[in-house]
Write a protein that binds this ligand. Structure first.
Ligand SMILES: *[C@@H]1O[C@H](CO)[C@@H](O)[C@H](O)[C@H]1NC(C)=O
Length: 291
């Protein structure tokens, strides 16, 4: 200590300010370490920052579904059920009201035509034996009720309304089906408009007495684990299946979070065995879709 070099002692005033700077830096560093270790914490505006959002009141697993029945008004309790993570599929119970279901059917009824599929090579629409339903399209924003449904779809998916195609309404009679397929495009023609399809929202507008399940034959996991296994048709047991139930909406993603295509999103509509099935599909794109 005594042997401190002279030139240091005689340095101008700024040396003390640089020493102060070092001390402050070290102090700051020390405080940051304490914060990092959780010994001290920053003040927070939230009263329960350790548990910011509790989704368990709206999102439940299939095991918990039993306790949630339909409400008095006949439109039921709204809650989201996790169906699968591979593919990412979620069932929004009572997404639509009975009135909305009936409205969509009555809008579609006068213009139902035989359903088409996209040609793999040209991307153009063509008739096909793999899809035997009939259907029609309702323009985006067709009327106030359609707009309300489209806004709800946007709220549910976090995808802007502008990224959606026109709403398709489909009707399946006994024996009619849609063989398993992907909703994403494999041709260059279709992706030019709005980019790839990222997700699909499939709404059930009617109950089906038997059959008509939405089946994911490539889903990972134990497909017989679902509580409704015994209610499924033979076709429904060939994969992870969702029973068509009036007012419910099924959301599944054709793309993974890293934007690659998800082959496990393969899905089909099982043949209707008894009754008939009305459904409505909203395809959502990566970009704005010119309607
Ligand atoms: C699948 O789930 C069913 C019903 O929970 C169970 O009986 C069966 O043992 C499971 N299979 C496998 C391979 O885990």
């Amino acid at each position: 200590m005594a042997k401190k070099p002279k030139h240091l002692r005689h340095q101008p005033r700024k040396s003390s300010s640089s020493q102060a700077f070092t001390v402050i830096t070290l102090l700051l560093f020390f405080v940051l370490i304490l914060i990092g270790l959780g010994i001290i914490s920053l003040p927070s505006t939230s009263t329960n920052s350790s548990n910011p959002i509790d989704l368990t009141t709206t999102v439940r697993t299939s095991e918990e579904r039993e306790s949630y029945g339909d409400e008095e008004d006949g439109n039921g309790d709204r809650w989201v059920e996790i169906i699968s993570w591979e593919p990412r599929a979620f069932l929004y119970h009572n997404f639509l009201t009975n009135e909305e279901c009936e409205h969509l059917i009555s809008l579609a009824k006068p213009s139902m035509e035989k359903s088409m599929v996209a040609d793999v090579k040209t991307g153009r629409s063509k008739e096909s034996r793999v899809r035997t339903s009939s259907g029609t399209f309702l323009r985006r924003g067709h009327d106030e009720i359609v707009q309300e449904i489209e806004n709800r779809i946007s709220d549910f998916t976090f995808i802007p309304v502008e990224n959606g195609e026109s709403l398709q309404v489909l009707h399946y009679e006994v024996g009619q089906k849609y063989e398993p397929h992907h909703d994403y495009f494999m041709d260059e023609f279709n992706v030019k408009r709005g980019g790839q399809r990222v997700a699909t929202v499939l709404m059930y507008l009617s109950d089906v007495d038997e059959g008509g399940e939405t089946v994911f034959p490539a889903a990972k996991g134990n497909i017989s684990d679902v509580p409704w296994w015994n209610e499924l048709s033979q076709c429904g047991k060939e994969g992870l299946s969702v029973l068509p139930k009036k007012r419910d909406a099924l959301l599944f993603w054709s793309m993974k979070p890293d934007a690659s295509l998800d082959p496990s999103s393969l899905h089909g509509g099982c043949p209707v065995i008894k009754g008939n099935k009305w459904s409505s599909t909203k395809w959502l794109h990566v970009h704005e879709y010119e309607n």
